[in-house]
Design a protein. Sequence first.
Length: 237
Amino acid sequence: MQTTELDPTLSQTLGNAEKNGLKLVIANKNYSSWSMRPWVAMTAFNIPFQEISVLLDRSDTTAQIAHYSAAGRVPVLLAGETVIWDSLAICEYLAEQFPEKKMWPEDVAARALARSICAEMHSGFTGVRSAMWMNIRAKFPGKGRTLDAQADIGRISEIWENCLALSGPSQYLFGEFSIADAYFAPVVMRFRTYDVVLAPALDAYVERVAAHPAVAQWIAGALAETDHIEKYDSYPD
Ligand SMILES: N[C@@H](CCC(=O)N[C@@H](CS)C(=O)NCC(=O)O)C(=O)O
């Protein structure tokens, strides 16, 4: 296990993190799309936490993750004695514990839509996930356009268009940044890595999410990492 130094802007919150006991176990920022979601959500909503990093694809990765969760996957949120695994369960737990943060949209219909698109992301889009893995440091323009990935890109574009049509062209998916944007942030990373051509309004959304301070901080962390997973660092012809 490696405990990562928190960014100075976050470290001021460490005292609070120790008090409320939240620890988020994540994997490599460059590659771990599932880790990115709750980390970005917690950072964006200024929820203090201590970050624990486990590196993927190492001989001891499975054993290290097993210290925290029998499910064998990260992210894992440790809240005192309570262990929450799986990115969506973590986001739901946080939204419930910090209602004042309004991590989901306030309007009931918008919240239902936000939950639906997060669930769709969580259980689907395997075309994009398998052919266009997340590698923030890499550039793979035009790669990974399998039929399934193209269908997923079309559906993701449709979701974003529908949400932005309701929230406004210069907004996040539900106006203010929400769990839904954190949930699609790894897709934003992939669209940048693989140079996916989008309508101008969706391109602008991609850049808006990438520039969000919490996302920018995750990207900076990914760029600063020195660990490499070779199989994800080049794209086979
Ligand atoms: N559905 C899970 C997926 C978690 C997942 O697949 N995590 C990967 C890292 S991105 C993992 O822990 N892999 C363990 C390994 O490669 O040994 C979630 O939403 O948290």
